[in-house]
Design a protein. Structure first.
Length: 82
């Protein structure tokens, strides 16, 4: 993999308004995904993105685990770091 053009924020370096979001992910997953760490450079965008992802994961008839597996598989097929 190459170095990202935009460096994701380390959780400790995140602005105060982003800290609660990062803390939630650390509690839920044990990490903060790189895509959220990168978008956190624009906190308003991060809040919108989180709301969208939570809606996609928590609504509908497809189980959340299957949705997660599909995201991982599609990322892998596209050569993306997930």
């Amino acid at each position: 993999m190459t170095t990202p053009r935009i460096t994701p924020l380390a959780p400790a370096a995140a602005p105060d308004e982003v800290q609660p979001i990062f803390e939630t992910y650390l509690q839920e997953r044990g990490n903060v995904p790189n895509m959220f760490r990168t978008v956190a450079l624009r906190p308003a965008h991060l809040r919108t993105m989180i709301a969208h992802f939570r809606t996609v994961m928590n609504e509908g008839t497809v189980p959340p685990l299957l949705k997660e597996l599909l995201w991982v598989r599609i990322s892998h097929l596209n050569g993306c770091r997930y």
